[in-house]
Design a protein around this ligand. Structure first.
Ligand SMILES: [Zn+2]
Ligand SMILES: [Zn+2]
Length: 175
């Protein structure tokens, strides 16, 4: 959703308060794409402090589907969004100092809510995603989900990525 900031931008000491919808249905990163299963509108408050200085606060929730780090089964993961941004629109993008935030989600008089939330999802991305604390993961050799059953492979202790490389190698030799 795009928010029209022209009112609050044109006058100091004014405020814009709005519940904004998140339009995106998934979250794309260089690592993959993650469906958004649930989302609340984001309560956004834009405050024009003085001159070209603004504060943007927001809160909401999004639930993403992220694969378990060990077994790759999808896990419903809720992220709580709760942020405060201090921005100065007289400073060109890239010239932000430590106390100021990026403004890549503001273009002229328009605030791109999805772009803003995309940054917040990245910031709040969990360090670790597990379907359960005692997830047994997948067999490094045959790929069996060890939560669902066992296999007869010997535990070679190999990294699963190694078996991918081994398969590539095997296919290469068969050509
Ligand atoms: Zn798991
Ligand atoms: Zn196995």
């Amino acid at each position: 959703m795009l928010l029209d900031l022209s009112g609050v931008l044109s006058e100091q000491h004014t405020e814009l308060i709005q519940d904004a919808d998140i339009d995106m249905t998934g979250f794309q990163t260089g690592y993959g794409s993650f469906p958004i299963l649930k989302k609340t509108p984001v309560s956004i408050r834009v405050t024009h402090m003085k001159e070209r200085r603004f504060r943007i606060t927001g809160s909401g929730r999004v639930t993403l589907e992220i694969p378990c780090d060990r077994c790759l089964e999808p896990v419903e993961t809720e992220l709580v969004l709760d942020f405060v941004k201090n921005i100065d629109l007289s400073v060109p993008d890239g010239g932000q100092t430590e106390e100021l935030d990026e403004t890549n989600y503001i273009d002229g008089y328009t605030l791109d809510v999805d772009e803003l939330i995309r940054g917040e999802i990245l910031t709040g991305w969990p360090m670790k995603i597990l379907c359960s604390e005692d997830c047994k993961g997948i067999c490094n050799v045959c790929g069996q989900n060890l939560n669902q059953g066992t296999c007869d492979c010997e535990d070679t202790g190999l990294d699963p990525r190694m078996s991918v490389i081994r398969d590539v190698f095997k296919n290469f030799k068969e050509v």
